[in-house]
Design a protein around this ligand. Sequence first.
Ligand code: AAL
Length: 403
Amino acid sequence: MNCWIKSMIMLLVLASLGCQSKDPDRDQGGMGSIDMAEVGDVDLDRLGITNAEYLSAASKRALAWPDIGNEWFLEFGKLEPLQGDLAYEEGVVRRDPSAFIFENGKYYVWYSKSTGPTQGFAGDIERDKVFPWDRCDIWYATSEDGWTWQEQGMAVPRGKEGAYDDRSVFTVEIMQHEGKYYLCYQTVKSPYNVRVKNQIGLAWSDSPEGPWTKSVDPILSPADNGVWKGEEQNRFMVEKKGDFDSHKVHDPCILPYKGKFYLYYKGEQMGEEITFGGRQIRHGVAIADEPLGPYVKSPYNPISNSGHEICVWPYQGGIASLITTDGPEKNTIQWAPDGINFEIMSVIKNAPHAIGLNRSADIEKEPTQILRWGLSHIYNNADYQSIMRFSSRRIIRHTAKGE
Ligand code: AAL
C-alpha cells in the first residue's frame, strides 16, 4: 500500500474517533465541512475556540463531536486475585472466564482449564500442548461473593477421537434464556497445527449445574474462501486471504436480541498481517431464530475493524461492545443501536483482557454499569494463567488536594 493511501486511511480513522455525530447532516461532510451557520457562540465558548474564522483541524473535529457526555468513560482499577479454588495454582491453566450469572444465591462462572506446560509447535504436536488453551475442557465454579470460588467440576469435556472438538474445547460463554442454559465455546480438532481451522460448539442444559448436551456439529465455522499457499505449515502464506474469519471463529457470545439470537464472535483471517501496531482481528455476528441455530452470518460482517475477545452487553435497545488489544479503534467502547452498526462512544485505557461480564448487573442504570466489576485473566507466566477480578469507576471529577 503506498504512503498516500496509508495517510488517508489514518486520517479517516482519526476523523471517526472524533467525528461520530448523532446528527447525520454533520457526518455526511466528514471532517472539515462544518457548517459555520450552525455553530453558535455557546459551542465556541464551551470548546474554548479563539477565532471561528481560523479553525484548526482539531477544532473542526471538536465541533463535529457528538453530544455524548461523560457517562461512557471509565477507568479500570488494578486486577485483584481471586480466593479459594480459583486462586493461582502452579501447573494449572484457568483462563478466559465466561460471563457469570447469579442463580440459587450464588454466582456461576465457566472457563477453560488445562494442566501442564506449553511446548508450542516446534516439537511433536500429536503429543505436545501447543498453546495454554490446547487440551482444555470447560469447567465451572461458584461463589457467594464473587471473591472466593469453589470449583464444582467439569461441565463440557472434549469430544471423542475423530469429533470436531476432540482436541480442545475452550473460551466459553453462557447464555441464560427462558429457564435454559447455553454454553458456546471454541473447538479444535486434532492435529492442532498452525493452519488448523477453529470452530464454535454449543451445549445446553436445564440447570447451570448440567448435565450438558453437546451439539453434534459445530454451530459456526470459518469462511471457506481463503486459499493456503503450498503445503508447509505456515499460516502467513496464502494465495488468497478470504473473509476476515477465513481461519478461525473465536470468542463466541450469544445474546438474545430483538426476538433472535445474536452470536458475536472474533474472526481470524488466513494470512494474518500486523496492522495498526497489532493483529488483524475483527468481529462478526451470526443470527439465528432459535438458540440452537442455525446461525447465519450477517452480510454486514465484519462489524468491527478492531478488537480482540468479544465483550458485549445490551444497553438502551442496542448492543455495547468493548474493543481492546488490536486494530485502529482498540481501547474504545462502541454502541450499535441495531446490534450491527457500531459507533465509538468513549476511549479507555488499560482494559482487562478476556472479560467475563456480570450478567446480573443493572445494565440500564448507566452504559458501563456492567463493567463496575467482573472477571479477567492474567499470565502468571508463559505456561499458566489464572482468573482475576477487575473493577472500574466512572471519572466524574478532577480536583486538586483540598479543593
Ligand atoms: C484468547 C481468545 C481465544 C484464543 C485464545 C484463547 O484471548 O481470543 O481464546 O483462542 O486467546
